[in-house]
Design a protein around this ligand. Structure first.
Ligand code: SF4
Ligand code: SF4
Length: 72
C-alpha cells in the first residue's frame, strides 16, 4: 500500500440509509466501540469513533448499512 492508498483507507466510513431504518437495534448490539446512536426516530454513526469493523454492515437485516470507500 502506498501513501495515497493509506490516506484513502483512513477516510473510508460507514453510512446508513436512515430513512429506511426500522430502528431494530441489531447494529447497535454488535458495535464494539458503541458509536451507533439510535432512538425511535433516527440513527447516527459517529465516524470519528468507528473502527470500520463491518459488524453492523454484516448484521443489518435490511442491508441498509454500507461501507463508503473514500475517493481522492
Ligand atoms: S463498522 Fe464496526 S465500529 Fe463502525 S459503526 Fe459498524 S459496528 Fe461500529
Ligand atoms: S440493524 Fe439496520 S434496520 Fe436495524 S437499527 Fe441498525 S441500521 Fe436500522
Amino acid at each position: 500500500m502506498n501513501e495515497n492508498q493509506a490516506v484513502a483507507a483512513s477516510a473510508d466510513y460507514i453510512e446508513v440509509k436512515r430513512k429506511l431504518c426500522d430502528f431494530c437495534g441489531t447494529c447497535v448490539a454488535v458495535c464494539p466501540v458503541d458509536c451507533i446512536y439510535l432512538n425511535e426516530h433516527d440513527i447516527i454513526i459517529d465516524h470519528d469513533v468507528c473502527n470500520l469493523c463491518m459488524n453492523c454492515v454484516k448484521v443489518c437485516p435490511l442491508h441498509i448499512i454500507y461501507h463508503v470507500e473514500a475517493r481522492i
